[in-house]
Design a binder for this molecule. Structure first.
Ligand code: FAD
Length: 308
C-alpha cells in the first residue's frame, strides 16, 4: 500500500485523536520480537476516534487489524498491509456492582490481563486465578479465549462491546460469541472495546494463594522470560502438543535463531535476530515429524499474520 503520510494525517484532521505511525516495525510490537513493518500503526485514544478511523478505512478500502500486546502472533517478514490498530489506550477497569458474593467489572480491551488478575486478587474476586502469568491484554484474551490450568476467560464473561468494520458498536452476551478452546466467533475485522466480567467473591487470602500457586507453576513449566508467542500448536483432542514434541526428542531443534524451548517443547523461542521464515520453517518441520510418528496433524495456536 502506498502511504502518503501528509494526506493520511490530513484526512483524519479533527476526527481522530491518538498516535499515528508509519512503516512501523512489528518486531517492536510483538513479544517474539519478529515481524516486518506495518504500513500504518495507530493507537486511537477513544471510541469516536476509532469509529472515524474505521469509516475512513472503509471508504479507502484499506485493510486493518486490532492488536493487543502481540503475545500470540507471528508477523511475517513482509510486514502488515494497511493499518494495525493498537488498543493500548483503552485501559480502564471499573467496579459496576458488588454484593456479598459477586462482583461485576467493566474492563477495557487494552487493560493488561495481569493488571486485571492482580486487581481481582487484591479484592478477593475469584474466577481468573488460572490466568496468572498469561501476557497480553484483555482484548487479546477475549479474541482467543485465553486459558490455563482449567480456567478460560470465557468463564467470567457476561458481555463484550464490539465495534464492527462499519463502525457499529454493539454489546453481545457471552453465549452469542461462540467461545471455544482458544477461539471465538469474534471476527478478525471486529474491534473489542470492553467487556463486562462477573466474578465470585472469596477470601482475599485464598484468591491470592491460588493466583500465586498458578503463577509459580507457570514460571517453572514455561519459558516466560524468553521471547515467544506462547503455545505454538493447539493440543490435539486428549493429547498434549508439548508432550508429543518432547517425546519425539525435538527440544532444542533449531531453524536459525528460533529454537524449540528446552523448558516447554510447545514454545518456540527467538534467541535474538530470528525471522518469521525461520519460525515457520521450524513449525513445518516439527509438525511433519509429529504427523509421521503419531498420525496427528498439529494445528497452530499462534496467529500467523502479514505479507509473506
Ligand atoms: C510466555 C507466554 C505464555 C503464554 N501462555 C498462555 C496460556 O497459558 N494460555 C493462553 O491462552 N495463551 C497464552 N499465551 C498467548 C497469549 O499471551 C494470549 O493468547 C493472549 O491472550 C494474547 O493477548 P494479546 O493482547 O497479546 O493479543 P495479540 O497477540 O496482540 O493478538 C492476538 C489476536 O487477538 C486479536 N486482538 C487483540 N486485541 C483485540 C481487540 N481489542 N479486538 C479484536 N481483536 C483483538 C488480534 O487481532 C490477534 O488476532 C502465552 C504467551 C506467551 C508469550
Amino acid at each position: 500500500m502506498q502511504v502518503n503520510e501528509a494526506s493520511w494525517r490530513e484526512l483524519l484532521r479533527g476526527k481522530y485523536q491518538g498516535h499515528i505511525g508509519f512503516n512501523a516495525p512489528m518486531r517492536d510490537f510483538t513479544v517474539l520480537g519478529i515481524g516486518g513493518p506495518a504500513d500504518i500503526f495507530m493507537t486511537p485514544d477513544d471510541p469516536l476516534s476509532l469509529r472515524n478511523l474505521l469509516a475512513l478505512l472503509k471508504e479507502k478500502k484499506v485493510p486493518s487489524m486490532a492488536l493487543g500486546k502481540g503475545s500470540n502472533i507471528l508477523v511475517r517478514d513482509g510486514g502488515i498491509e494497511g493499518v494495525v490498530i493498537s488498543m493500548n489506550a483503552f485501559g480502564r477497569i471499573e467496579v459496576l456492582k458488588e454484593s456479598d458474593d459477586h462482583a461485576e467489572l467493566f474492563v477495557e480491551a487494552g487493560v493488561p490481563l495481569q493488571r486485571l488478575v492482580n486487581f481481582c486478587r487484591e479484592r478477593g474476586y475469584s474466577g481468573i486465578e488460572g490466568l496468572a502469568g498469561i501476557p497480553g491484554t484483555v482484548g487479546g484474551a477475549l479474541f482467543g479465549n485465553a486459558g490455563s490450568y482449567g480456567s478460560e476467560i470465557k468463564d467470567v464473561v457476561a458481555s463484550v462491546a464490539i465495534m464492527d468494520a462499519d463502525g457499529r458498536l454493539d454489546r453481545y452476551k457471552a453465549e452469542g460469541l461462540g467461545f471455544r478452546y482458544r477461539g471465538s466467533d469474534i471476527l478478525p475485522t471486529d474491534i473489542i472495546l470492553s467487556a463486562n466480567l462477573r466474578f465470585l467473591k472469596d477470601e482475599k487470602d485464598r484468591v491470592s494463594e491460588r493466583t500465586e500457586r498458578f503463577m509459580k507453576e507457570k514460571i517453572q513449566s514455561q519459558p516466560i522470560s524468553e521471547r515467544s508467542a506462547g503455545c505454538v500448536f493447539k493440543n490435539p483432542e486428549g493429547q498434549s502438543a508439548g508432550r508429543l514434541i518432547d517425546e519425539a526428542g525435538l527440544k532444542g531443534m533449531r531453524a536459525g535463531a528460533i529454537e524449540v524451548s528446552r523448558v516447554h517443547a510447545n514454545f518456540f523461542v527467538n534467541n535474538g535476530g530470528g525471522t518469521a521464515s525461520d519460525y515457520l520453517d521450524l513449525m513445518g518441520r516439527v509438525a511433519a515429524i509429529i504427523e509421521k510418528k503419531s498420525g496427528l496433524t498439529l494445528q497452530p495456536e499462534i496467529r500467523v499474520l502479514g505479507r509473506p
